[in-house]
Design a protein around this ligand. Structure first.
Ligand code: ADP
Length: 329
């Protein structure tokens, strides 16, 4: 019996966003809008996305003993995430300083802060939580050696899901544990490096699979995704929606896919469900605020690819946006 459907090991950042008429050059000061502070970071995003879908979710992360850390803990708890594994202190909470100009282009400076202090030792100390989780997911906004330690501490029947973002070459030990490795087009190219052949995502999926993962998913934005395993490469379409903001779509997709494979779905079924979750997320602004409940995902079920663009209303889910708003993933 598992305590958690999904354990996310990863980053938690405060996103500090200011709108500007234009971004400053060197030595220049410009005035901007009021500051908006949002909970973010790929690990925190994935955990919120999974919990909102109804999965029993835990987060292993590190935040600072400061207001940003408390904001992140609050947003996790509000979504229903078990935060017992969120370590506090050692450095300030990770921060992303984001300026956005009127065209929507942004410039971002990230201070990893406490994320950089999530150590292999922290993972070893959390071995009990790792062993009590059906699926474990990670990203690369924490030290790579910490992700390596996660892989070394997985229970034999645990599924490991990795979204290597920001991308960097991966050791064979990590690649071999991924089931699946989930990459967008940019991440696929970086992970493939010199092994990149062809310009079709199908080629990348096959070449990535040959590098060692048990399975691979390549996400293609509005085009959906490709699923690759020993059984071949399959294209999974997305749902046609009116996209407003694609921030966090990949995190929502990864969390949903991880939940579904933990519930026993095939990779293809899980990618199909995750496509609906990703599509729902892009219909609303922001990252964590945009993630749907299971009920809202169901509302997208009838929208076939190529059908009418749809925008799932918040009204069909539970009002707080927390888990248990209907069925679960
Ligand atoms: P990332 O955010 O990591 O770059 P993608 O942009 O590929 O990832 O998005 C992840 C998934 O979210 C896609 O595979 C798709 O299912 C869904 N998605 C993203 N953008 C759209 C869109 N404009 N319309 C419908 N679905 C989308």
């Amino acid at each position: 019996m598992y305590d958690h459907d999904l354990l996310v090991v990863g980053s938690a950042n405060a996103d500090l966003v200011i709108g500007v008429e234009r971004r400053p050059g060197a030595g220049e000061t410009v005035l901007g809008s009021d500051l908006a502070v949002h909970p973010g970071g790929k690990g925190a995003n994935q955990a919120v996305a999974a919990a909102r879908l109804g999965a029993r979710t835990a987060l292993l992360a590190r935040v600072g003993d400061d207001a940003h850390g408390r904001l992140l803990l609050d947003s996790q708890r509000a979504a229903g995430v078990d935060t017992a594994g969120v370590l506090v202190g050692g450095a300030p909470t990770g921060v992303a300083l984001i300026t956005v100009d009127p065209s929507g282009d942004n410039s971002i400076v990230v201070s990893p802060g406490a994320n950089g202090r999530l150590t292999p030792e922290d993972v070893r100390a959390a071995a009990g939580v790792l062993h009590a989780s059906r699926v474990v997911s990670a990203q690369l906004e924490i030290p790579l050696e910490t992700v390596v330690e996660v892989v070394r501490n997985l229970a034999p029947d645990c599924r490991f899901v990795l979204n290597p973002s920001p991308p960097r070459p991966l050791p064979q030990e990590v690649l071999a544990a991924c089931d699946p490795l989930i990459v967008n087009e940019h991440e696929a190219k970086v992970i493939l490096g010199d092994a990149l052949v062809g310009d079709r995502p199908e080629d990348w999926a096959r070449t990535l699979l040959a590098k060692g993962p048990r399975s691979v998913v390549v996400t293609l934005g509005a085009e959906g995704s490709l699923v690759a395993s020993s059984e071949g490469v399959t294209r999974v379409p997305s749902v046609k929606v009116a996209a407003v903001d694609t921030t966090g779509a990949g995190d929502a997709f990864t969390a949903a896919l991880a939940c579904r494979i933990g519930a026993g779905a095939s990779l293809e079924e899980a990618a199909s469900y995750a496509s609906r979750v990703g599509a729902a997320a892009v219909t609303r602004p922001g990252a964590q605020e945009s993630f749907p409940t299971a009920t809202e995902v169901e509302a997208l079920c009838c929208a076939s690819p190529g059908g009418n663009p749809r925008t799932p209303g918040r009204g069909s889910g539970n009002a707080s946006g927390t888990a248990h708003g209907g069925g679960s993933c």
